[in-house]
Design a protein around this ligand. Structure first.
Ligand code: GUN
Ligand code: ZN
Length: 458
C-alpha cells in the first residue's frame, strides 16, 4: 500500500496504453484508489477476496461498471490557449501571421480585465474537463494576474494544469500588447513565485516565450535562464507555417535553423513542449530527441490555419516525444477526441499523397492522447495510464450514451473487437461518433470532478 487506505475500488473493463502496447484491454479488472488519489492496485476480478483482504476494503463496496462502460486514462491536451477560447470556432479565414495580428493579439489584450478573464477561464476549464481533458498545458496572456487566476480556476475545478504567462517583447501590429524585456522577466518571476506560493497540488507554472518572432534574443536568453534556475517546464511554438519560417530567417539571420534559436538559449530541455513543428527537418528532429524536447501535434489548427501537416509517423520514428493538442483557437475544437480524429485524418492525407506512408493506427493515436501526452509533458511518472502508483486520472466512458459509440471502439485488435461485439447496444465498429456525452465521469487524482455540482455545465 502506498498512499494510505484504499478509498475506491472499481470493477470492470479498463483500456489504456503502455510503452510496449498501444492499446491494452483489461477485462473484469479491479482497480483500487487510495486516499492520496493514487492507484494502489490493479488486479483480476476473480481475485476479489484476496485483494480485499490484502488492501483492506469491503467487497460489497466495489463500484461495478455496467457492461457498456469502461475506464480509460484522462486525456491530455498538451497545447491550448485558454485566452483564445473566447473566440474559438470563429475567424479562421487567414493564415497564421495575419490571424495573430488581426484577431489574436487584439483579443488577448483584453485579459488585462480580470472580470473578463475570469469568465473565459472558468468556461474553458469547465468545458475541457467535461470533454475529458484531465491535464491541460495552457497559454494564458502577458497579464500576470489573469494568468494566476487561470491557475486558481484550474485548481478550484480540480484540473491538472501547466499554466504559462505569455512572454513577448516584439509586436509591431498591436503595440499595446507587448512588454519590455525587463517587464517580461520581472513579471515571469512574479508569476512563478506567486503561483508556487499558492501550493496548488495540481497546477505548475510553465515558462512561455510565445514564439521566436515575438521575442528578442535578449528575452529568449533570460527566459532560458529562468527556466533552468527554477527547473521549470517551457512551452512555445515552432515551425508552424512557411511565412513564419521566412520571418524567423529575417529576424534571426545568424541562426541556421529555427530549432537552433531555441537551443542556443537553453530553451530545449526534457521539460520543453513545442507546438506544431510541421516543417521541421530531420536534423532538427534529431536535436529534439537529443535534448528530450517534445512536440505537441495540433492537427485541427494546422488545417484550419492552412499551416501544414505534421508527419507524426516521422516524429515517432525519430523517437521524439509526441502528444496531442487542441491549440484552441487556431483549432476550433476544445476536445482531444477531436484531435484524435484529426490526427488520423492528417495521417491518412499523408498516405493519400504517398502510399508508402505508414498511416497511424487508431491504437497509436489513442496512446498519443493519453500516455504520449504524459510523456510529452514529462509527467509520465505520475499520469498517462493505469500503472500502480500513478494518480487516478480517468474517464468513465459509457459507449451507449447519447453521443453514440465513442471513438475508442474503432479498434482492430481482435480481443477488443470480441469485447465490443459482446455489447448488444451498439454496432461493434462505429468509429468517430463519440463525444463528451459518452464521458459520464471524470476523475483527477482520485477526485470526481465531473459530474460536479459546482460545474453546472448543462
Ligand atoms: N504562434 C505564436 N502565437 C501563436 C498562437 O497564439 N497560435 C498559434 N497557432 N500559433 C502561434
Ligand atoms: Zn498555439
Amino acid at each position: 500500500q502506498r498512499g494510505g487506505p484504499v478509498t475506491h475500488v472499481f470493477r470492470g473493463t479498463f483500456i489504456h496504453s503502455t510503452p510496449e502496447t498501444a492499446l491494452q484491454v483489461l477485462e473484469d479488472a479491479l482497480l483500487g484508489v487510495d486516499t492520496a488519489g493514487k492507484i494502489s492496485f490493479i488486479g483480476k476480478g476473480e481475485n476479489l477476496l484476496e485483494l480485499s483482504q490484502k488492501f483492506g476494503f469491503n467487497p460489497s463496496d466495489v463500484n461495478q461498471l455496467a457492461q457498456h462502460e469502461f475506464f480509460m486514462p484522462g486525456m491530455i491536451d498538451t497545447h491550448i490557449h485558454a485566452s483564445q477560447y473566447s473566440y474559438a470556432g470563429t475567424a479562421l479565414d487567414m493564415p497564421l501571421l495575419q490571424w495573430l495580428n488581426t484577431y489574436t493579439f487584439p483579443v488577448e489584450s483584453h485579459f488585462k480585465d480580470l472580470e473578463f478573464a475570469k469568465k473565459v477561464y472558468t468556461q474553458v476549464v469547465k468545458r475541457t474537463l467535461r470533454n475529458g481533458t484531465t491535464t491541460a498545458c495552457y497559454f494564458a496572456t502577458i497579464h500576470t494576474d489573469a494568468s494566476l487566476l487561470l491557475g486558481q480556476i484550474a485548481n478550484d475545478f480540480g484540473q491538472r494544469a501547466l499554466v504559462g504567462k505569455v512572454c513577448m517583447d516584439r509586436n509591431n501590429s498591436v503595440k499595446h500588447y507587448r512588454e519590455t524585456v525587463q517587464e517580461s522577466v520581472d513579471e515571469t518571476h512574479r508569476f512563478i513565485k506567486e503561483l508556487l506560493n499558492k501550493k496548488y497540488p495540481l497546477v505548475k507554472p510553465v515558462v512561455t516565450p510565445r514564439f521566436a518572432p515575438s521575442c528578442t534574443e535578449a528575452l529568449l536568453e533570460q527566459l532560458g535562464t529562468i527556466a533552468k534556475n527554477n527547473n521549470l517546464h517551457i512551452q512555445s511554438h515552432i515551425s508552424e507555417n512557411i511565412d513564419e519560417l521566412k520571418l524567423v530567417k529575417e529576424l534571426f539571420p545568424d541562426s541556421e535553423t529555427y530549432t537552433d534559436i531555441y537551443h542556443k538559449f537553453n530553451l530545449l530541455t526534457d521539460k520543453t513542449i513545442m507546438a506544431h513543428g510541421c516543417h521541421l527537418s530531420d536534423k532538427e528532429l534529431t536535436v529534439f530527441r537529443e535534448t528530450g524536447t517534445s512536440l505537441s501535434h495540433c492537427p485541427n489548427s494546422n488545417v484550419s490555419l492552412c499551416s501544414g501537416i505534421l508527419d507524426a509517423r516521422n516524429v515517432l520514428n525519430h523517437k521524439v516525444k509526441l502528444g496531442l493538442g487542441t491549440d484552441v483557437a487556431g483549432g476550433y475544437s476544445s476536445s482531444i477526441l477531436d484531435a484524435v480524429r484529426r490526427t488520423l485524418d492528417a495521417s491518412k492525407v499523408l498516405t493519400i499523397q504517398n502510399p508508402q506512408h505508414q498511416t497511424l493506427t487508431f491504437e497509436e493515436v489513442f496512446r498519443l492522447a493519453t500516455l504520449g501526452g504524459s510523456q510529452a509533458l514529462s509527467l509520465d511518472d505520475q499520469i498517462g495510464n493505469f500503472e500502480i502508483g500513478k494518480d487516478f486520472d480517468a474517464l468513465r466512458v459509457n459507449v451507449a450514451a447519447r453521443g453514440g459509440p465513442i471513438d475508442l471502439v474503432q479498434c482492430k485488435e481482435p480481443k477488443v473487437v470480441d469485447h465490443l461485439t459482446s455489447y448488444s447496444l451498439f454496432p461493434p465498429i462505429c468509429p468517430l461518433k463519440g463525444d463528451d456525452r459518452n464521458i459520464v465521469e471524470v476523475f483527477v487524482a482520485g477526485r470526481k470532478v465531473v459530474p460536479c455540482e459546482d460545474l453546472a455545465l448543462e
